[in-house]
Design a protein around this ligand. Structure first.
Ligand code: AMP
Ligand code: ZN
Length: 112
């Protein structure tokens, strides 16, 4: 998708701070981190949000990548949070599916 921020990161037009990449997903640091670790994992092909996820394998790859990154960054044991925001009430601002992975501080519940 030509006018999508995260598609531009996948294509290399914009260069994020990449922490992991394979043939299906790209993971990079959030520009406004909400925790000591705040990584976004995106599918390389454009999917607007969770409502448009038509591939269970891709969903699993996003989740497994989150666990892998948490392990690599040293937060697997202390704990971390994964979040998909979907549409307006979910707080989604970038309309390319992304999984937030946050760690390094104690999270609160319920989320704001
Ligand atoms: P959401 O609100 O769930 O759609 O999350 C979008 C996330 O993208 C926010 O946490 C933003 O801080 C992050 N973001 C926006 N622009 C950039 C960028 N250029 N590089 C990295 N992260 C970004
Ligand atoms: Zn996109």
């Amino acid at each position: 998708m030509t006018d999508c921020l995260f598609c531009k990161m996948v294509s290399g037009e914009i260069k994020p701070d990449v922490v992991f990449e394979d043939d299906q997903v790209l993971a990079f640091r959030d520009i406004h981190p909400q925790a000591p670790m705040h990584v976004l994992i995106v599918p390389k092909r454009h999917v607007a949000n969770l409502n448009g996820l038509d591939d269970a394998l891709l969903g699993g790859q996003l989740l497994q990548t989150a666990a892998k990154i948490a392990e690599q960054q040293g937060y697997a044991e202390s704990g971390y949070r994964t979040v998909f925001n979907c549409n307006d009430d979910g707080g989604q601002t970038v309309h390319h599916l992304h999984l937030h992975v946050l760690g390094g501080r104690r999270m609160t519940w319920p989320p704001g």
